[in-house]
Design a binder for this molecule. Structure first.
Ligand SMILES: C[S@@+](CC[C@H](N)C(=O)[O-])C[C@H]1O[C@@H](n2cnc3c(N)ncnc32)[C@H](O)[C@@H]1O
Length: 227
């Protein structure tokens, strides 16, 4: 078994063991977040990042060019759920970074509280991402807004939050579920509608759209830069 850091992105690793699997180095060894596979290598614990469980991992496997997370990155995460994806981001940004995690559902938030107990860089916020003013007292300016809420108005939720919290030059990422927006349209058309809604504000530029099939069919990761 060999491990190597990604050539482009710091703090992302590939474990090569016949196959090649994406992993992050755990900042909370001994604590699993979901049923992820864990590997001990040279006294460090690495958590395999499953692309079928996380759209961000799927995007990396599909050749994402803009991965805006590194040590110290400040993140606003909309729709953090129980922290599956966020826990890997938490590993990447380490203790110098912070994730403000907004989630509306009580049940998953309860699980997230357990995760945040051992991962001190995650701040759970029980609120609707449609009401950014309600958490503006706790969230500071961030480098990245990441959204995965699977709602019909997901593009407008992204803009609302990024307008308030994202620094100029920062990155806004959205995991678009085409069927949540319009089941009757082909997914590519839905992605173009999202692009239009976000860029027509004149404040964001599209950097890339990554189709997530076969990991998550009819989903795309769209990445914007704030101008
Ligand atoms: C697809 S799941 C997120 C999975 C998670 N991002 C991950 O990869 O680990 C979508 C989440 O968005 C949450 N959600 C939906 N509408 C929301 C809203 N208005 N504000 C905050 N969270 C919302 C749901 O409760 C659900 O937990």
């Amino acid at each position: 078994m060999r491990i190597k850091e990604d050539q482009k992105f710091r703090n992302l690793f590939w474990i090569v063991d016949g196959k090649k699997q994406l992993a992050t180095k755990s900042i909370a060894p001994g604590h699993r977040v979901y049923d992820e596979i864990v590997r001990q290598i040279k006294r460090e614990e690495y958590r395999i990042w499953n692309p079928y469980r996380s759209k961000l991992a799927a995007a990396i496997y599909k050749g994402l060019k803009n991965f805006p997370f590194r040590r110290g990155t400040k993140v606003l995460y909309l729709g953090i759920a129980s922290g599956t994806t966020a826990s890997h981001v938490s590993d990447v940004i380490e203790d110098d970074g912070i994730i403000f995690g907004v989630e509306i559902a009580h049940r998953v938030l309860r699980d997230l509280l357990g995760v945040a107990k051992v991962r001190r860089n995650i701040v759970p916020i029980m609120e609707s991402a449609r009401r950014p003013q309600s958490y503006s007292w706790i969230v500071s300016e961030v480098d990245v807004v990441y959204e995965d809420v699977a709602q019909p108005d997901q593009a407008s939720i992204l803009v609302k939050n990024a307008d308030i919290f994202l620094r100029k030059g920062g990155v806004a990422m959205i995991a678009v579920k085409a069927s949540s927006i319009d089941v009757t349209l082909p997914p590519k058309k839905v992605y173009r509608l999202v692009e239009k809604e976000v860029t027509s504000t004149g404040r964001y530029k599209l950097l890339e759209t990554v189709d997530l099939s076969p990991y998550d069919p009819k989903h795309a990761m769209m990445v914007f830069r704030k101008l």
